[in-house]
Design a protein around this ligand. Structure first.
Ligand code: G3P
Length: 249
């Protein structure tokens, strides 16, 4: 029943061919816990997916950072879920707050994307999280529940979903949520899943935390009962990502 620890590295819109090769060799040289203990998934920009996928050792999987909401076709500039499947990319990150905020992705749109990607057999890291304003006005739980509901409304099988709680105010700011703050939201999310989706889904779905996770703060966060791993941004480009992977053990 135990939920396998999950560490995702979201490289966002960063990197050159040389930088990707460097990160890949750092990862390949590292001794990381076995895949039975921790699932590690790195997410380079689309254009570097084939390079990363073909050069990483089998301890690591790859994820795309987005995909289109339905079957590909006349959607200039988009990448379809079918293409990811064709490339053998097993995972996709959907609903990241940067896309919600900068590209106006609504809760419903994210829900549709998650459902479509799952229907093609992709595994999904679905992101949710409140802004600082929402936290300060006391609506954190309402906001993340609403975001989760929009996904749950479209998804019936949660086996291939990892839920990433990423408070917007903690992303790229160096202001990590305290272990207690993160644990509180994760526990509420699990309760929400239990009450609205089912006990089994609540018990088995991994809820990971993202937002200024680094080599120094990961261990304490990882010790919280409802934190099942991380989605790491900035630190996933650095050697300390290895320390974060090791925080699983
Ligand atoms: O998806 C990961 C993320 O948004 C967190 O970014 O740089 O705060 O670790 P960062």
């Amino acid at each position: 029943m135990g939920r396998k620890f999950f560490v995702g590295g979201n490289w966002k819109c960063n990197g050159t061919i040389d930088e990707v090769k460097k990160i890949v060799s750092t990862l390949n040289e590292a001794e990381v816990p076995s895949q039975d203990v921790v699932e590690v998934v790195v997410s380079p920009p689309f254009v570097f997916l084939p390079l990363a996928k073909s050069s990483l050792k089998p301890d690591y999987q790859v994820a795309a950072q987005n995909c289109w909401v339905k079957k590909g076709g006349a959607y200039t500039g988009e990448i379809s879920a079918e293409m990811l499947v064709n490339l053998g990319v097993p995972w996709v990150i959907l609903g990241h707050s940067e896309r919600r905020a900068l590209l106006n992705e609504s809760n419903e749109f994210v829900g549709e994307k998650v459902a479509y990607a799952l229907s093609l057999g992709l595994k999904v890291i679905a992101c949710i999280g409140e802004t600082l304003e929402q936290r300060e006005s006391g609506s954190t739980i309402a906001v993340v529940s609403e975001q989760t509901k929009a996904i749950a409304d479209k998804v019936s099988n949660w086996d291939n979903v990892v839920l990433a709680y990423e408070p917007v105010w903690a992303i790229g700011t160096g202001k990590v949520a305290t272990p207690a703050q993160a644990q509180e939201v994760h526990a509420e999310l699990r309760k929400w899943l239990e009450q609205n989706v089912g006990a089994e889904v609540a018990a088995t779905t991994r809820i990971i935390y993202g937002g200024s996770v680094n080599g120094g703060n990961c261990k304490e966060l990882a010790g919280q009962p409802d934190i099942d791993g991380f989605l790491v941004g900035g630190a996933s480009l650095k050697p300390e990502f290895i320390d974060i992977i090791k925080s699983a053990t």
